[in-house]
Design a binder for this molecule. Structure first.
Ligand SMILES: [Zn+2]
Length: 396
């Protein structure tokens, strides 16, 4: 953990203690920065100022660094370290409106001391996944889903699962895109969310109706990329689950697909395989909806058609390239087949091998060893060199 850095600013009533790197410190402790800040506020009876978007945290009044350090130690003792094994491995859980510490290291699941003021704040603004009340080591996790794509519908997990609903609420209520992305990333830590659920939470909780707007933002693209990466099928079924069968989106599907393609979220290969019905969708996933997926595909037809044509044009361009290469090889061959005697003649006449010959459009500038520049018509010079009739300068 980095040392907490502070700066006292202002005079008289305007004096404030800025916590310069509280966000960094909190990240390393695995707690939202508002927790230690509110803890300090309560300990020192100071009004706090907190701006998530600007990563600013400060306390009104002047607080000594030494006092803050001691207070931070107490906070860590209470909310970060396991009461049993003392490792900083606890996750805060909420059960029946009370806080519990759930230790990832030793499995200890213990009710927390609720006497501190910030406990109420934590109850109101819990860390992601806090209502997952069952300790992972002792019982089965709430969300269970087979890794393999079994054909049977998994009854253990539906989109009405309380944890999914809660995560959605957290994401929906976060107005800041970057922060929402961070919350989504942190959900990976619990490892209970597989790519399909994460993609669903992302589309439904972060992007929803603002998908196209957020796709013009690099942060939005990054969030999409993190989720799509390696899981194109999950990305597609989740997309279909959220936007499929929605008339309001019907005319936008092709545009969205183009953005997915253009930003390398879904590759040409993925689309090709989708067209050929060669993608392996996880039909056991709670986000899988065959009808919605077909609806998306139908409404993506404009894009899919465009992609097909673009591919064909590219193929043609490649073929043209090959033809051009063949022509060039022919010219090379003609050059190579030049009679030896003539080459000797040329060498003695033009000193081509020793001089630099610069061909510019239809002119040819020859720089002699002695620095003299001579100019001649390229066509004349090249026809002498190659002994090729009807020489075309464009083929050089
Ligand atoms: Zn422990």
């Amino acid at each position: 953990m980095p040392a907490l850095k502070i700066k006292v600013e202002g005079k008289g009533n305007g004096i404030r203690t800025k916590l310069l790197n509280l966000f960094e410190v909190s990240r390393s402790l695995g707690v939202p920065p508002e927790y230690p800040l509110r803890y300090f506020g309560a300990e020192f009876g100071a009004i706090i100022e907190f701006k998530q978007s600007e990563q600013k945290a400060m306390l009104n009044g002047s607080v000594r660094g030494e006092d803050l350090k001691n207070s931070l130690d107490h906070f860590i003792e209470k909310f970060v370290l396991c009461p049993k094994c003392k490792y900083p491995e606890i996750s805060i859980r909420i059960k029946k409106n009370e806080l519990y510490s759930d230790c990832k290291a030793c499995g200890e699941f213990r009710k927390m001391d609720m006497s501190h003021k910030i406990c109420n704040f934590i109850l109101k603004s819990p860390p992601p996944g806090a209502t997952k009340v069952t300790p992972a080591k002792k019982t089965e996790p709430v969300i269970t889903k087979p890794k393999s794509s079994g054909k049977k519908k998994s009854k253990a997990l539906t989109l009405k699962n309380p944890e999914i609903v809660e995560c959605l609420e957290i994401l929906t209520s976060e107005p800041e895109l970057a922060r929402a992305g961070e919350i989504l990333t942190n959900l990976t830590v619990s490892k209970d969310y597989e790519a399909d659920i994460k993609a669903y939470l992302m589309f439904k909780g972060i992007f929803n109706n603002n998908l196209i707007v957020h796709m013009s933002n690099p942060i939005g693209i990054q969030i999409l990329k993190n989720v799509a990466n390696g899981f194109p099928e999950d990305f597609l079924i989740s997309f279909a689950c959220v936007y499929g069968n929605d008339e309001a989106w019907k005319s936008k599907i092709s545009t969205v697909m183009f953005h997915f393609y253009n930003n390398d979220l879904l590759t040409e290969e993925v689309f090709d395989n989708w067209i050929k019905d060669d993608l392996e969708f996880n039909e056991a996933s709670p986000v899988y909806n065959e009808q919605a997926l077909n609806w998306i595909k139908t409404n993506a037809s404009e894009f899919l058609e465009w992609l097909k044509n673009a591919e064909e044009e590219e193929e043609e361009a490649k073929e043209e390239e090959v033809i051009k290469e063949v022509e060039e090889v022919k010219i090379e061959e003609i050059k190579a087949e030049k009679p030896k005697t003539e080459e000797k003649d040329l060498e003695s006449n033009l000193k081509v091998t020793e001089n630099k010959v610069v061909v510019e459009e239809s002119r040819c500038i020859k720089i002699e060893d002695n620095g003299k520049v001579s100019e001649s018509n390229a066509k004349d010079l090249m026809s002498q060199l190659n002994n090729v009739e009807d020489f075309d300068i464009d083929d050089i």
